[in-house]
Design a protein around this ligand. Structure first.
Ligand SMILES: [Cu+2]
Length: 291
């Protein structure tokens, strides 16, 4: 072996070691970044005292009457659900259902931001059923990466089509008798509209959050958010309508082992009810809906 070959040998061994080292090191640091660089997976879970946020969503004035839906395009829908009608404003005794209420931001008693804590992804799945050519529930929440299980209880084909702005858009056909579709959203987004490419009247809304501090108002207008770290927060109540829905916010202080009240009201003259409805917005998508 001459001197030159020796030098090359040593050099190439050194280079390979260097490459190996940097590959390993690089991998580790990338992992670290993924776990600590982004706020959603960064910090430790919260373990201090918690309270609840409860409230009732009211609707001022006369709500728009539900409109009967023409289902002649798919006789299966009409047979199963002859009284199918619009469900964008469900009001009973002045109380509004299907309002998505969540903790948007705020400071925990200890002084940290709520977003600085990590929240484990639930192992339980959230179900979205298609029954009578209607989504149930109409409004739902999931955590980031939590499994959403979509079922078809109808003797007809649906095509589930979420139209997010931050997550990836997809649409998937689910035939009569097809197994559940399991999906998840990997970014927080409030809320993602869901439509059915087969039945243009079908609408649902999915709120995706990094934490479990959300709730949907029931038929009595009531909601409850449990397990909220004691602290001071902005609570948002969202309901559908307009291009991006309608939002109200409120500041609340959640006491340790206590409850904060957050009553909201929608409807009435002061609200933005004159905005175009979401259904009318994407003119480009109308031909797709006819499939
Ligand atoms: Cu459908």
């Amino acid at each position: 072996m001459n001197k030159q070959t020796k030098v090359w040998l040593v050099l190439s061994i050194a280079l390979s070691l260097l490459a190996l080292g940097s590959a390993c090191g690089g991998g580790t640091s990338t992992n670290k970044e993924a776990n600590s660089g982004s706020t959603e997976t960064a910090a430790a879970p919260y373990s201090g005292p918690t309270g609840t946020v409860t409230g009732v969503i009211s609707y001022n004035g006369t709500p728009p009457a539900p409109k009967k839906i023409d289902t002649t395009a798919d006789p299966v829908c009409g047979q199963k659900n002859p009284n199918l009608s619009t469900d964008d404003t469900i009001v009973k005794d002045g109380k509004l259902a299907n309002t998505f209420v969540y903790i948007k931001e705020g400071t925990v008693q200890a002084g940290k931001k709520i977003g600085d804590y990590s929240w484990p992804t639930p192992t339980s799945e959230v179900q979205l059923d298609q029954n009578g050519c209607h989504y149930a529930p109409h409004v739902l929440g999931v955590m980031v990466n939590q499994k959403l299980k979509i079922t078809n209880s109808d003797a007809t084909q649906h095509n589930i089509h979420p139209t997010p702005k931050l997550n990836q858009e997809w649409n998937q056909t689910q035939a009569n008798g097809a197994p559940p579709i399991e999906r998840a959203f990997n970014r927080a987004e409030v809320l993602i509209p869901v439509k059915c490419n087969q039945h243009p009247w079908m609408k649902a809304y999915i709120g995706v959050l990094k934490h479990p501090l959300f709730s949907v108002s029931s038929d009595t207008g009531a909601f409850e958010i449990k397990g909220v770290p004691a602290g001071k927060y902005t609570v948002v109540a969202w309901r559908e309508g307009g291009a991006n829905g309608e939002e109200k916010t409120m500041e609340v202080t959640v006491p340790a082992n206590g409850s904060a009240k957050a009553d909201f009201s929608f409807g009435g003259a002061a609200t933005s009810s004159t905005k175009p409805s979401l259904q009318m917005m994407p003119a480009l998508e109308l031909p797709v809906m006819k499939h």
